[in-house]
Design a protein around this ligand. Sequence first.
Ligand SMILES: [Zn+2]
Length: 446
Amino acid sequence: MRLRRMLAIWAAKITEKVSVHIFHRQGVTWAGKIALKICPSILKELAGQVKNDIFIVCGTNGKTTTNNMLCAAIEAEGYKVICNHTGSNMLNGVVAAFALGAGLGGNLKADYACIEIDEASTRRVFPHFKPDYMVLTNLFRDQLDRYGEIDITMNILKEVMQSAPAMKVIVNGDDALSAYLAMDSGNPYVTYGISEKVLDDKDSHEIREGRFCKCCGAPLHYNFYHYSQLGDYACTGCDFKRPEILFDGSEIEVGDQLAFTVEGRRIRANYKGFYNIYNILAAYTAVRSGGIPVEHFNDMLAKFNPENGRMEQFCIKDTKIVLNLAKNPAGFNQNISAVMQDETLKDIIIVINDNAQDGTDVSWLWDVDFDRFKEANVGSITVSGIRCHDMGLRMKYVDIPSMLEADVEKAICERVENGCGNLYVLVNYTALFSTRNVLKRLEENR
Ligand SMILES: [Zn+2]
């Protein structure tokens, strides 16, 4: 058994070494695929060697940031953690995280594992191991799922939760869909959320999922919304309501920096975006639920760089650039809010591709409140990527002038030369890696 596992680990490491620089995430996926082919029980065996607990992170938005932050928080307390940092979150990516983290002798030396898993892939991963904790960030409509896909996702998650009845669910209590799922599963659960009203966006045009009670079908009544469908809700027809929040973020500060208090501790982070408070709160709740100390939590946040295009910063010829992924309407609306918190003059480039993973249907762009850019002190907007024409049309519709440059590199160089020195690049999923590579290259060659 061990020999086979060793072979699989070696093969995975070699595959990763030779392919990851050329094919990026694809290389990691191949490494996992090959390892699993050589040793079908590798994931089960290696997961079984994790000394303490295995955390998984699921949910539509915030998986990668929350998972990497959770990993960093546990590492900051002196533990060794296995983590799929790159966000390869399907079965092969999960296998790769364990195989690449194992030693050449075929064994894993890790205290914890933090693994983000694509919701639909949980069904393929759970037969290999049962996690101790599942962090559930939120359930939004993704750009692909226009027709009832949230219900399909919820059914899958309920099924896997029930297949691991001892697994504790760490759930965003402000999301009626996630909270319902945790309560309905019968699994033990811990809630986090924000009980104070921070900014009520009751009047926003945002699409809100789960406006109807999953128990009885009656409309939910909201005291306030934080954003999208997150807020303080109660059913008008039955007893279902926002659960009691165990880890409650209060005294929220949202601006150039983020700060909030939980359990009497002031938590600070040097980046933007209200949604990041949820990511931090989720990681904090997971760490505390696992009985791990949080002595170095703030130190961890001070050093934490949300990589991989999540508010990632670059500097090219004195132009400050922030790259941010937005893969669905909820994510995009949050990105717009984050951009608006920067009140100084700014240029914006929006890159929209429609490769297979994005879905070729870009009609979700019509569910994003782009008209809010009117109030955001925007110097210019450039639309780019394969579907730049659709994006240009969308801007035209809200009466915002935009420049069109299909080539991302040209668009960025043009703004670096002629822009105001403060540039936001908002990209959808398959545009992320190519755009990030362009930025990295330009930054190194400056
Ligand atoms: Zn109800």
